[in-house]
Design a protein around this ligand. Structure first.
Ligand code: ZN
Ligand code: ZN
Length: 356
């Protein structure tokens, strides 16, 4: 079995201060999403289901949670697998069933789809962090019928198929005894009632696309490919399940004249050979507010790194920030006039021009 090395808080997307109710609801959402009944044959989903169930087993048990919190290793990321040996799919399913009282054969309500929105960021936003207003079009409850799917002038009738239960129980006799399975009623989708007349706006689908503006905090230090996950801010599913997530993906960052190296910003500039020998001053473009004037000392070497401490990108986790690193490339002239050649030849023989 693959060794796990995950933080259960991260696995469930909860914080260390979250209480049991928050942890249980985070687990429920993920478990419904990754449950094998909903992802037949999907090995990744199975692994994920096992992992989140293990994470929940740790965090829902006060004693295990305390032990986990205390055994933090140097990087604060102890190994979740310390708590489990040979935890298989059956264990995960059994745990899930105990937690929610569901049976394996029950169909679960679905989770709405996630929405991914790409953003492009500028250097300034990466360095200091920013708040963006994101426009998102998502499926919400229909505003005309309030999500019932029923025409406002007409009511709801009890579903004939399930008698208002929303679930259908089937009892089978087998060699091992009677087996009872419970499924969501296909006629009413588990709601137990059916509109007498469908809503004229959503046609009974209960959902309506709505445009929203959502404010998102983009922390300093994020980079291309990072996501900010806003739980429950995505689409609602057609039945009673919870909404999906809204994912804000950093698609591109414009670093201006810089190259990024971790949290450092590298600025390359070209200076002439006399400037390198005599010293010069250059201007580094603004990272936050103002451009910075930098004096390059006489004798600066090609490729030499001049470090401006803590002027770079603020770190994503924890304190501190990276540096600005200035690298001066020295331009060597490709064509020379006769006069220039004569001067350089004269200089070439002098002692201070000999490489050391
Ligand atoms: Zn029904
Ligand atoms: Zn409606």
């Amino acid at each position: 079995m693959e060794k796990m090395n995950h933080d259960p808080y991260q696995v469930l997307g909860v914080s260390r201060d979250d209480d049991h109710a928050a942890i249980k609801s985070a687990y429920r959402r993920l478990a419904l999403q990754y449950h094998p009944d909903r992802n037949p044959g999907d090995r990744d989903a199975e692994e994920k289901f096992k992992e989140i169930t293990q994470a929940y087993e740790i965090l829902s048990d006060p004693d295990k949670r305390r032990r986990y919190d205390m055994t933090g290793s140097a990087d604060g990321m102890p190994d979740m697998s310390d708590f489990f040996g040979g935890f298989g799919m059956d264990d995960a399913l059994r745990a899930f069933q105990e937690i929610f009282g569901f049976r394996r054969s029950e169909n679960f309500s679905s989770v709405g789809e996630d929405i991914v929105i790409d953003v492009e960021l500028e250097l300034r936003e990466i360095v200091a962090g920013s708040t963006r207003e994101i426009k998102v079009r998502r499926l919400e409850h229909c505003s005309t019928c309030g999500g019932s799917g029923a025409h406002p002038d007409h009511g709801l009738t009890t579903c004939a198929r399930c008698g208002g239960q929303g679930r259908i129980r089937t009892v089978r006799r087998t060699l091992l005894g009677t087996m009872q399975t419970v499924t969501v009623c296909p006629d009413c989708g588990g709601r137990g009632s059916i509109p007498e007349k469908p809503c004229p706006v959503c046609g009974g689908s209960r959902l309506e696309p709505r445009e929203r503006r959502i404010s998102v905090d983009l922390p300093a230090g994020i980079s291309e490919g990072h996501y900010i996950r806003l739980r429950g801010q995505g689409n609602l599913p057609p039945d009673d399940g919870p909404a999906g997530d809204l994912l804000i993906r950093v698609a591109r960052v414009d670093y201006g004249g810089f190259q990024r190296d971790g949290y450092d910003l590298v600025y390359r500039t070209r200076i002439s050979f006399p400037e390198a020998a005599l010293g010069t001053s250059i201007t580094v473009p603004a990272v936050e507010d103002e451009a910075i004037g930098v004096d390059l000392p006489s004798g600066v070497q090609p490729g030499e790194r001049l470090v401006m401490k803590r002027k770079g990108i603020r770190k994503l986790k924890g304190l501190g920030r990276g540096d600005i690193v200035v690298i001066a490339d020295v331009y060597v002239p490709k064509k020379l006039s006769r006069k220039e050649k004569a001067i350089l030849k004269e200089l070439a023989d002098s002692d201070s021009f000999k490489p050391v």
